[in-house]
Design a protein around this ligand. Sequence first.
Ligand code: MAN
Length: 347
Amino acid sequence: MDIVSRNDKNPLIRPSDLCPGIQGMEIACLLNPGVFEMNGKVWLIIRVAERPVQLEGKISFPYYDEKGEIVVKHLDREDPLLDASDPRVIRYDGQDYLTTLSYFRLVCSDDGTRFYEDPAYPPIFGKGYLQSFGIEDCRVSTMEDGYYMTYTQVSPVAVGVGLTITKDFMQYDHKGMIFPPHNKDCALFEEKVNGRYYALHRPSSPELGGNYIWLAESPDRLHWGNHKCIAVTREKSWDSARVGAGAAPIKTPEGWLEIYHGATAENRYCLGVLLLDLNDPSKVLARSKEPIMEPIAEYEQTGFFGNVVFTNGHIVKGEVVHLYYGASDEVVCSASVSLNELFNSLK
Ligand code: MAN
């Protein structure tokens, strides 16, 4: 099932619409934007993934060295130690790397469809060892005291969740890793519930357990505890291998609505909905059986990594949710759906 209305201008932004941000690189993909409103505009914080132009017979990928400088590693495609079967990841001689280096770029729009860059807002690059393979999939929670950005930080030792706070997207207060490895897909609730902050996050348990959505509490948004697992994968379903939160949950009189992603073992990514209790978000009141969105458009089925719709940002205007999403790990798109339709999908 698919109940969303796609923007007929999709894809809204393609790699060729932006200039590479790192010298000597090309943009391979634009992915999974965080979304917020500022100065009367809609803003996307896009994950831009770059790599050198690929030469025949070689695979070349960038990362930051200990000095914080970008180095490029070149491998022979025929090298028996190389496993390049996944376009996103490289396995070489027992070590994992990423094929691209991701960072964030800001674009804004007056109508929510046509986006442009404002040179006053520079890109945000990964810094330090724990971000040496890049930063990815930023969620922006708009809170009383600023914008709280949670994102994946990737390095040779970990995939974990970083937190950065800003009031203006010019000055940033980097708080380091708030959820240690292996963890991603972290979305902060935009207000306190019963005096405590809440976050959805996605640890991965390699043995017992799996890739499930968890809820945590905090007095200050830096220290998290009382972790609870609230949604697991469902066998033979569209969300059988992985589930993870999208953006900050939407507060409604019926509860917190969370649009999440689910994937199969074949890496087909769809979206679904969870409804969490208003006063105790660890209680799941309802969960969609069928996806609300599936990769059905041509640009969602073919691209850098096909059969993917992935969202981590939206704007709610009255009764309508304007979803922004990454399609096929390559282009940025939007779609809309009413709250009513989302509630109907839970019945
Ligand atoms: C997975 C995918 C990639 C991502 C890495 C590291 O392989 O989600 O897009 O780059 O994990 O987070």
